[in-house]
Write a protein that binds this ligand. Structure first.
Ligand code: ATP
Ligand code: MG
Length: 348
């Protein structure tokens, strides 16, 4: 079977780091019994420029037929005055592919330790599993009146169940611990999450499960991040905590993410934006995209081996100080990418 991969190149540094990710994909799969076909399609700003739409129908059709979607960063000042902004394509594609689970790893590897503001030496390796298509960002009514405004935090049983299962399934592949982060001392939605999570936890006897209020959890992510394995949380809390977690790893330019539904393709992308300030200079950090490729190989194609090969090569490049300026280095995007590929070829 040939793996079908939709490729959304993105804007500004998007195409630069996508090229790096695809070069690494080609190198790591060489002679590894992994066949794939790439389907590049316009999206975001490129979609607006070429087809007048951030998510053209043909792009969505290609994504729906694919086994996985690789997306780079989109948007930027070029489309500030566009009728529809590139970012609207992101919300639409998440909805259309029903990507209700957003998964962000937070790892401080020995190689990255020097860049982290966290000074205790405990290993840090957790993932945030964030609900992505419901909660207060989508709940109705939302209204603005003369003297008040309101948003609605709403979750159905089904919406909670499916994300909780993603969290516990993820824990089974890891250190088997889930922390539900909520505000159950105040919010009814949080109490409802607890009830459903406790019920589902009973189906996973090997997984230990605890809860933390979001205010306490945000302190622990700084004070003692080593205690977490899987952080399971709703949309708003997950949005905030995942940006906080990104900061403790030392660089935005190194972090990948995955968004998935129940069936259909998962989508892999860097967590950062299109970095217009450094576009075209050849100095964008490609690690976020290269690690997105690694996440895709492990999660969509069951090739943990190839994923590990990439991650080991990434860590070696950091250890050897072959890094872009965001990590204090002087290497270019191409130099970092070629160094990683050289390591992969030696190992493979
Ligand atoms: P968005 O609203 O799309 O999230 P943003 O305003 O948060 O965008 P980013 O594009 O994420 O901004 O960039 C924030 C800063 O981080 C910028 O200075 C940018 O140059 C830097 N940055 C982001 N990604 C990378 C990368 N891959 N390599 C180097 N620097 C990066
Ligand atoms: Mg941002």
């Amino acid at each position: 079977m040939t793996a079908q991969i939709a490729v959304l190149n993105g804007d500004y540094i998007g195409p630069e780091i996508m090229a790096a990710g695809l070069k690494v994909l080609a190198a790591v799969t060489e002679n590894q019994n992994f066949d794939y076909a790439l389907h590049p399609v316009p999206f975001g700003g490129e979609g607006i420029d070429k087809m007048g739409d951030p998510l053209p129908a043909s792009t969505l059709a290609t994504c729906k037929q694919a086994d996985a979607v690789l997306l780079s960063a989109i948007g930027g000042p070029k489309w500030d005055k566009a009728k529809r902004r590139p970012e609207t394509g992101l919300l639409e594609i998440r909805k259309a592919l029903n990507l209700f689970a957003n998964i962000r790893p937070t790892v401080i590897s020995p190689a990255m330790r020097q860049y982290s503001p966290i000074k205790n030496e405990d290993p840090v390796d957790f993932v945030i599993v964030r609900e992505l298509t419901s909660g207060i960002y989508f709940g109705t009514p939302r209204e603005t009146h003369e003297t008040y405004a309101l948003d609605t935090m709403r979750y159905t049983e089904n919406e909670i169940e499916r994300i909780v299962k993603v969290g516990f399934d993820m824990a089974m592949k890891r250190r088997k611990h889930v922390t539900l982060v909520d505000k159950a001392n105040v919010l009814d939605t949080s109490k409802f999450w607890r009830k459903i999570t406790a019920r589902i936890a009973a189906d996973y006897p090997e997984v230990t499960y605890d809860t933390s209020y979001v205010d306490a959890a945000s302190m622990k992510i700084i004070a003692d991040p080593g205690q977490f394995d899987v952080i399971l949380t709703e949309n708003l809390f997950g949005d905030i905590l995942s940006d906080e977690a990104a900061q403790i790893t030392g660089s935005l330019g190194t972090i990948p993410s995955m968004s998935k539904g129940t069936d259909g393709p998962a989508l892999y992308e860097p967590i950062h934006g299109s970095a217009p300030d450094i576009a075209g200079q050849g100095i964008a950090d490609p690690l976020s995209m290269i690690k997105s490729v690694a996440m895709m190989l492990a999660n969509s194609f069951d090739r943990q081996d190839l994923s590990d090969t990439i991650m080991t090569a990434v860590d070696k490049s950091i250890d050897d100080q072959i890094v872009t300026p965001d990590l204090g280095g002087t290497s270019t995007t191409d130099e970092v990418t070629d160094t990683i590929i050289k390591t992969i070829k030696k190992v493979g």
